[in-house]
Design a protein around this ligand. Structure first.
Ligand SMILES: [Zn+2]
Length: 519
């Protein structure tokens, strides 16, 4: 029999009649969870209808639905995800389908005020490789209004002539030196820009408030709560230290828990080391340093020796490193860097983001080095058809082999990489369970599927481990933070299964399918 302190003035919520997701045998048979303030204060069994409800407590009858720890999207780009909420998605347009771009632009124009910009995102990369796709082509469909369209990964963007003119973009623009301005045979700009998206958005945001990310953050947080998400990890490789402060000002107590990575360079490592004690705020926490390892003109940057140096320096200050590594060669280089740092700093486990081309040779090396793998099962669903088209069949098993990744990395955690794909863990659930693509193809073998429980772990407990927060969240246990979601598992694969979400002890999303009683 559980007794309550009736003088308890904290928020009290009692979940009754629930199935509890746990690996702990002492909790396994329980059906009640008591939340006091922002923590789980009790988990216990009471025969149905026989539980005592403390005074001034909200009782939630869960109708035997499943309670899981709040979902942690372990790799997301928060501000870009907020910025695209006022843009039109072009994800579903097939490569070469120029008619559909024209139709979409025409459709947007009908819902549009004349002075407004037309902004779109998520267009297939292959359009950007086509010489005929340029600003003049866009002008045919929008000549009086400025237009931008960015690609799936947010690394390329195209502007129409009006937009270039309004932003005063020219080939001698100093602010656009750190990327590629595409130039046609006649020496004119084509309107396509590579690795200049953030510089161009900086200009657009100076011009109009239409795509201001900060304004959209509350809307984005609600969208995440609706999916059962209570924590995200922002993986921006350009993140500066002041973003900790900026996000904590925006994030009110009920919004979302943010694990923030900061761009890995010598200056940031040293600055962080000197202020480390003071940088965690209520909802925003520094979780490690991010390195973007990508191929430019045939060579990987940073180069192997610099990568090893940065990992070692970070680890020497007790910081975890997260390396963006997609291709086999990048993963191989990263594992070597982790291996050499591990000899000096064996207590720190670093992470690989994406880890997409997980080939046999990489797997053999991976078995010998402890690392966390943070990947995106939703890419199988959203981009799987493209992978199947672009890669020979014998390579399909190398792409996101989730079971092998789980078996050979220390911990496997899941994420969306939003806005590359929508921040929807239930898409990821479908592909991790089935390996199915949007068009119903299967990517790779069925052996690489994961079970329901394994996927829940990858989205909850493991997400907390890879950010180093497993002592405060990520499982349902007395004393841990009251971040949780109530699911109707029978909806998974058909619709959003989230019935109610609690974050920091507060109800942040309620589908109204459950019965709430105030005592
Ligand atoms: Zn990313």
């Amino acid at each position: 029999m559980t007794t309550y302190d009736s003088m308890d003035s904290r928020n009290l919520i009692l979940l009754t009649n629930c199935e509890i997701y746990t690996k702990n045998p002492t909790i396994a048979g329980c059906n009640n969870i008591l939340i006091a303030g922002n923590k789980i204060s009790d988990i216990f069994y009471a025969p149905p209808g026989k539980h005592t409800v403390p005074e001034r407590c909200i009782e939630i009858d869960c109708f035997r639905n499943l309670v899981i720890p709040g979902i942690n999207d372990a790799h997301i780009h928060l501000l870009s995800s907020a910025a695209v909420m006022n843009q039109h998605s072009m994800h579903s347009i097939h490569p070469k389908d120029y008619d559909m771009i024209a139709k979409t632009l025409a459709f947007i124009k009908t819902k549009h005020n004349q002075s407004e910009w037309i902004g779109a995102y998520g267009l297939d990369d292959r359009f950007f490789l086509d010489q005929n796709f340029d600003s003049q082509w866009l002008d045919k469909f929008a000549v009086n209004e400025p237009v931008f369209i960015s690609n799936e990964t947010g690394h390329a963007i195209i502007l129409n002539s009006k937009a270039m003119q309004m932003l005063h973009i020219s080939q001698t623009d100093d602010s656009l030196l750190h990327g590629v301005m595409d130039v046609a045979g006649n020496g004119e700009l084509t309107g396509k820009f590579f690795d200049l998206n953030s510089a161009i958005f900086h200009k657009i945001n100076a011009f109009t408030n239409q795509f201001n990310a900060d304004n959209n953050l509350p809307k984005l947080f609600t969208k995440l709560h609706q999916k059962g998400i209570t924590s995200v990890q922002d993986a921006g490789h350009n993140n500066k230290i002041d973003k900790l402060q900026r996000l904590s000002l925006i994030t009110d107590v009920n919004a979302i828990r943010i694990g923030l990575m900061i761009g890995c360079n010598i200056q940031n490592i040293n600055d962080l080391a000197s202020i480390h004690q003071e940088i965690d705020t209520n909802m925003v926490k520094f979780i490690g340093l991010k390195i973007m390892l990508s191929e430019a003109t045939g060579d990987y940057l940073p180069a192997k020796s610099e990568l090893e140096y940065l990992v070692k320096l970070s680890n020497s200050k007790n910081f975890r490193v997260a390396v963006h590594a997609v291709e086999e060669q990048a993963i191989d280089m990263t594992l070597d860097a982790f291996s050499s740092a591990h000899k000096f700093y064996p207590d720190i486990i670093n992470r690989i983001e994406h880890c997409s081309e997980y080939t046999d040779s990489v797997i053999e090396k991976a078995k010998t080095i402890p690392f966390y793998s943070v990947t995106q099962p939703g890419f199988i669903l959203h981009r799987g058809d493209y992978y199947i088209e672009a890669h020979p069949k014998d390579k399909h098993n190398d792409l996101y082999p989730l079971r092998t990744m789980q078996e050979t990395s220390h911990v496997l955690a899941f994420s969306s990489d939003s806005p590359v794909i929508p921040p929807n863990p239930w898409d990821g659930f479908i592909s991790a369970q089935s390996r199915n693509t949007l068009r119903g193809n299967q990517l790779g073998t069925s052996n690489e599927r994961l079970t329901f429980n394994e996927i829940v772990d990858c989205y909850t407990t493991n997400g907390a481990i890879v950010e180093g927060s497993q002592d405060i969240k990520g499982t349902l246990a007395v004393g841990l933070l009251a971040d949780l979601a109530i699911l109707d598992p029978s909806c998974i694969g058909r619709s959003n299964p989230t019935l109610l979400t609690i974050l920091n002890g507060n109800i942040v999303w309620d589908s109204e399918a459950l019965v709430l009683t105030l005592h």
